[in-house]
Design a protein around this ligand. Sequence first.
Ligand code: NAD
Length: 242
Amino acid sequence: MTRVALVTGAGQGMGRAVASRLSALGAHVAVNDLNPETAEETAASLALAISVPGDVTDKASVETIVSKARDELGPVDILVNNAGILFPTRVEEISEEEWDRVIAVNLRATFLCSQAVLAGMREGRWGRIVNFSSTAGKSVSTIGGAHYTAAKAGILGFTRHLSHEVAADGITVNAVCPGLIDTEMVQSTIPPETVQAYAEGFPIPRLGQPTEVADLVAFLTSDEASYITGASLDINGGDLTI
Ligand SMILES: NC(=O)c1ccc[n+]([C@@H]2O[C@H](COP(=O)([O-])OP(=O)(O)OC[C@H]3O[C@@H](n4cnc5c(N)ncnc54)[C@H](O)[C@@H]3O)[C@@H](O)[C@H]2O)c1
């Protein structure tokens, strides 16, 4: 059965890798990003995909994104809440504006996008929501600030709670907790030698690749993962084992 997937923040990094993997598995993909050019680039590289650019922290924008996906591809069966930002700011230096933005892109957007697709999933009595938390959500962020750690911990709570609300309608809700993955987010935040030093300290002494995370997300969105819900799956080379 052909599924319709919406992947947020899919103009680059792990979002792009997830969109690509789901497309290769036959899904029709709505590619969101705040940056319309990168959203379009990702969509153009896939078989049956459209770009649905917009800011996922804004309710009206989310409604536009979801209705465009529904009108052009059909109701969203798979939602991957991947969009995220971080700043490596210490608590004493975080402005209210920066705090609110980090919480909004990571946590509020996860709530807004999930809310917007639930009616369609309930109607189809099938749905998969995968939320991007982080090792930060279970421990402390390596490269982000306290606002990022707080948002990623919040995503784990939201994931558990929503999973209970929707399970009876065939909808699963899970979180992935990547460790240090080789994307623009990491490359633009810390110098390459610091990245290398972190990577060498992991039990599997390297960075993770976006495609490895995409494979885990793809499994969680499959029929085979129908008994997994409310879970948070670590993918971190053994950096955090709890
Ligand atoms: N890279 C890592 O090591 C790592 C580790 C753990 C968790 N994560 C999480 O994984 C997810 C993907 O990270 P990445 O490393 O691929 O990041 P990235 O910075 O490479 O890509 C994130 C994308 O999100 C988009 N985006 C930002 N704000 C948006 C908004 N308001 N609306 C729509 N799109 C928006 C950006 O334009 C960008 O294309 C994020 O949630 C991140 O917090 C990353």
